[in-house]
Ligand binder design. Structure first.
Ligand SMILES: *[C@@H]1O[C@H](CO)[C@@H](O)[C@H](O)[C@H]1NC(C)=O
Ligand SMILES: *[C@@H]1O[C@H](CO)[C@@H](O)[C@H](O)[C@H]1NC(C)=O
Ligand SMILES: *[C@@H]1O[C@H](CO)[C@@H](O)[C@H](O)[C@H]1NC(C)=O
Ligand SMILES: *[C@@H]1O[C@H](CO)[C@@H](O)[C@H](O)[C@H]1NC(C)=O
Length: 311
């Protein structure tokens, strides 16, 4: 029982540590793999440079996917004027070199914040993904992504429409690399973000709810003009500090609980042992009484002695 408890405790600790670290949920990679598979299924006899819309399994209703096959030479020299929201300029290089590649487009729609949670921010657009794969085997699954790099001009993402903006916050572009790590940047213009690489993209605004740093207003004055980046870092630090302290408190509480449970158990055991001893004695007594009752009774009254005295 003690072993089980300590194991449970260490498991909890592990959970706490990993939850503090895992800002990107591991499932976004498996979603990429699943969507690659389903996007490739959209190709029957694919012509190059034509977008094909894929169907997602019913448990992912809402997500939209498109696949387009291209020669990598054509991508470099012509780019793609318009691939849904993406505008790919000339000069995009693919590594490692493949003859043909597939650009998989994802629109995560209402699944965006589930797969790319971003605490402290509100999504103003769905998360859009652009990922590159080797086109040499169109029935392959679990393909690794290729790397693409815009060398001349950046790739533009023209988001159709922003959700209404929370007051006092400015919209920012966010880019998630393949590990799910976010990186923020300024909008290129209204509704437009730019990137040199593939990944997942959206426009976010800081949500007004959390205002964690308890700093005097005199401090905030000179800090604001330097840019919002510092405030973000600060709020993230506070979130991490908060969760660590919270986790620690929880652990201490759990420790107390375990201690108390064990103490209680010990006490209970002692009581039971005492009880058992008592019962044992009682049984012993009764067993003696049962077998030797007449003898005992006889010795107690002892009429024989009286007779001895009388004569
Ligand atoms: C959704 O369905 C697909 C195919 O039916 C399956 O491979 C996948 O594991 C399911 N995912 C979830 C999260 O239910
Ligand atoms: C997204 O919307 C679709 C219906 O349009 C629904 O079936 C699906 O469950 C929703 N996904 C999430 C994560 O809420
Ligand atoms: C393509 O990939 C599928 C699935 O991984 C595999 O079964 C098949 O042998 C591959 N074909 C070629 C030509 O490599
Ligand atoms: C983003 O824009 C703000 C003002 O709009 C500016 O102060 C800041 O330097 C810009 N940041 C970057 C990384 O360009």
């Amino acid at each position: 029982m003690r072993k089980l408890l300590s194991r449970l405790l260490s498991l909890l600790l592990l959970c706490l540590i990993s939850s503090a670290q895992s800002i990107p949920p591991p499932s976004s990679r498996s979603l990429d793999a699943l969507l690659q598979d389903y996007a490739f299924r959209a190709f029957l006899r694919p012509r190059t440079g034509i977008p094909y819309h894929g169907n997602v399994p019913s448990n992912f209703t809402g997500i939209q996917i498109t696949a387009m096959r291209l020669r990598s030479g054509s991508l470099r020299t012509h780019g793609v004027k318009s691939y849904n929201e993406f505008q790919i300029p000339v000069g995009v290089l693919v590594q490692p070199y493949v003859q043909r590649l597939v650009l998989v487009y994802q629109n995560l729609a209402n699944w965006s914040s589930l797969y790319y949670p971003l605490p402290g921010y509100t999504y103003l657009t769905p998360v859009l993904g652009l990922l590159t794969y080797d086109a040499s085997n169109l029935s392959a699954t679990n393909l690794p992504e290729l790397e693409i790099k815009a060398s001349d001009k950046p790739i533009f993402i023209r988001f159709p429409q922003l959700k209404s903006l929370p007051q006092t916050s400015t919209p920012q572009c966010v880019w998630f690399d393949l590990h799910g790590l976010p990186e923020f940047s300024n909008l290129t213009s209204d509704n437009v973000c730019s990137t040199l690489q593939q990944g997942h993209f959206s426009i976010v605004a800081e949500s007004s709810a959390p205002s964690p740093a308890p700093s005097p207003p005199t401090d905030e004055g000179p800090k604001n003009p330097t840019g919002g980046g510092e405030d973000e870092d600060k709020s993230r630090v506070w979130i991490i500090v908060g969760s660590v302290v919270g986790g620690f408190l929880l652990l201490v509480l759990l420790g107390f609980l375990v201690f108390w449970v064990q103490k209680y158990k010990h006490k209970n055991q002692m009581q039971q042992m005492e009880k058992a001893a008592e019962v044992g004695e009682a049984l012993h007594m009764t067993s003696v009484g049962n077998t030797r009752a007449p003898v005992a009774m006889g010795t107690r009254t002892q009429p024989v002695l009286e007779n001895e005295y009388v004569p």
